[in-house]
Design a binder for this molecule. Structure first.
Ligand code: KG4
Ligand code: ZN
Length: 355
């Protein structure tokens, strides 16, 4: 079964053709991230306008080599996301479904992220997920934990009460003055962190043994909270007279903060996920979403999971961030076909599902 997936929930415009929920035949992603850079965040109207321009070229490229007859169904993200952006994908999918006479499969963007672990461009790749699995979806807008009983059945276990982990990375990065998009910028700076170099050349920062909170880490739920962390970062950053520092010292302070911010966020994500692993005697752990690209997060998971004789299942970098291959894969496993008249964009679509 070949499914054409369409994704336009945030600032990406993506289309992909996936066979039997596993093999990525084509996958095209266009992003308007560059256009938002100068504003320090995504501007919904700018994103939607760019998506209107990009959707036809992206679809044309994704359908190269396929006739409409080769496609069995059209999958589209209906939510959650930005209303203007979602409408572009949803109305395009409805038009195609009507003119091509194909069924449509509405997809929840957050649920779709976890199916990045089921797809591959390599036909030979076997799915190595052993169930029950715990799945952590950790992106710019969401931090959610699910129990996967099998490829089709899942239950929401907990999620963030306020900011998402990616949002915490992004906001911290803006505060520290990074120009690039949050998470990767903090991850890169944290990698070059060395406590010795910070201590020796940064007298005012040398005494800064930065210890940030790990919010909600030890509570009884499987929920997360990152807004308190953001406040703590702001408080600690404001204690330093950044303007009086040399450029080199300023940079070193940024690496110190980046290191501790990354440690705090990844500690909480791993601890809470492992709590779910124990509670549900999970046989696999899946991570997905943009933050799942974080190397330190993967390292910590691998360290923890070794003790349980489990290994981490994580997508390649380009499948962590928004794309349409995951939408088509999710549609294959969740396969709820509807008539094109029955779908609408749902910006507030709940992620607290039990399917
Ligand atoms: O899944 P995604 O592309 O979009 C949403 O659905 O939100 O995730 C984007 C998020 C951003 O917050 C970005 O800063 C974060 O993922 N991110 C990372 C890394 N790469 C992307 N965070 C930490 N470390 C990374 N290497
Ligand atoms: Zn996403």
């Amino acid at each position: 079964m070949k499914i054409l997936g369409i994704e336009t929930s945030c600032d990406e415009t993506a289309a992909a053709v996936v066979e039997d929920g596993i093999t990525i035949l084509t996958s095209v992603v266009a992003t308007s991230a560059e256009m938002h850079r100068k504003y320090g965040g995504i501007v919904p109207e700018v994103a939607a306008r760019k998506q209107v321009e990009s959707i036809i070229p992206v679809l044309t490229e994704a359908m190269e080599g396929f006739s409409k007859d080769a496609i069995d169904a059209i999958a589209v993200t209906v939510g959650p996301g930005l209303i203007g952006s979602l409408l572009v994908g949803v109305e395009t999918a409805k038009t195609l479904a009507f003119t091509w006479n194909k069924p449509i499969i509405p997809v929840n963007h957050v649920i779709a992220h976890m199916y990045a672990n089921f797809v591959s461009s390599n036909k030979q790749k076997a799915i190595s997920v052993i169930f029950p699995a715990i799945s952590l979806v950790v992106s710019g807008g969401h931090t959610e934990l699910y129990l996967m009983k099998n490829e089709h059945e899942l239950t929401w276990l907990g999620g963030t009460l306020d900011d998402a982990a990616g949002e915490a990375f992004d906001k911290a990065a803006r505060l520290l003055g990074f120009e690039n998009r949050g998470g990767p910028a903090i991850a890169a700076a944290a990698q070059s962190y060395s406590s010795n170099s910070v201590r020796s050349s940064q007298p005012s920062a040398s005494n800064t043994i930065l210890k940030l909170p790990r919010p909600l880490m030890y509570d009884d739920t499987l929920n997360f909270s990152f807004s308190g962390l953001k406040t703590a970062i702001l408080r600690e950053w404001n204690k330093v007279s950044v303007n009086s520092l040399s450029t080199a010292d300023h940079l070193q302070l940024m690496t110190l903060f980046s290191h501790e911010i990354q440690e705090a966020i990844t500690d909480v994500l791993v601890f809470k996920t492992m709590k779910a692993v124990e509670k549900y005697s999970a046989k696999s752990v899946l991570i997905s979403g943009g933050v799942a690209a974080n190397t330190r997060l993967r390292e910590k998971f691998n360290q923890q999971l070794t003790a349980y004789c489990l290994s981490l299942i994580a997508p390649s970098g380009e499948l962590c961030t928004d794309n349409a291959a995951t939408i088509a894969a999710c549609a294959y496993y969740q396969n709820k076909q509807v008539n094109w008249k029955e779908i609408t964009a749902q910006p507030d679509l709940s992620v607290e599902v039990a399917i």
